[in-house]
Design a protein around this ligand. Sequence first.
Ligand SMILES: [Zn+2]
Length: 359
Amino acid sequence: MTTPHGVIETPVFMPVGTAATVKGLRQEALEEMGARIILANTYHLYLRPGHELVKKLGGLHAFMSWKNAILTDSGGYQVFSLAELRKITDEGVRFRSHLDGSEHLLTPEKAAEIQLALGSDIAMVLDECIETPAPRNVAEAALRRTTIWAGWARRYFQEYAKKNGEPAQWQFGIVQGATFADLRRESARQLLELDFPGYAVGGLAVGEPHEMTCEMAAEVTALLPKERPRYLMGVGRPEQIADYVARGIDMMDCVLPTRAARHACLYTSEGKVLIKNARYIEDKRPIDPKCKCSVCQRYTRAYLRHLFAAGEITAAILATHHNVWFYLDIMRQIRDAISFGQLENFAAELRARYEAGPA
Ligand SMILES: [Zn+2]
């Protein structure tokens, strides 16, 4: 995938940098571990520090001093999950900021405008996120609205391009349809007419069984063009990532490696290590003896456990570094496995190791 901020090998995992920072990691660390693209949240940056300020300071890349690619979401997911007093109309979503209670209206056009101001490499259209499991009529209504909104966002983006010249940004559509295969296919077909340079699959991995997520992803990727990136939003657990790739997914993002790290949950090639556990008090091994990250080259489980027990911020920093490295490394291994025709074997092996658990 060639973006204005570099070539990205796919499949790719995008660490989540909510408020223009991957919590606990400096940009140098992300570069060192080979992160080529990160995700930033439009909702958070719109409310604080504000997209106009970011634009004034040269755009998101300059503001946060990040030279590689950035994908911004539409802000919709956070409005639906974080904001107060939200009200959905045909026009958009009216909500109150979770920070100061101020009232805002997020429309498909506004979401596009904010992301153009931020200057991300990939922008997402506003879609309607629903709670799952959803009854069919609710999923249908959300799908209808998502398509209409995608059309408005696309038109806004194209008119902007006509007036200001082609922006250095791609706009992706988002396929909805909850867990109904026919609705997923219908959504994909409708969005294909809008000719997006890439497509996401949204509203999955929100509590439904993993097999269902895979099935829905496969339904959608079967219809979407192979030469355009296909992005499964908000996934996944380490042992599940290869399953999505096998279904044709090229891009993923997830807060799991960073969030779990702050809660002392470390992902390793042998499964999860809950580092606060007393069994690690005298453990002189690294977090993952197979990991080549700089944390594993230097520090022991005993030391990490001590830092967490003492409430030291270094604990979160080291744990996050390892977890993000681990996710990026899984994707590297998946790309290698694909080139050797070994993806199925790799997926099965990782799953088996996760089931067995760490030594
Ligand atoms: Zn490591």
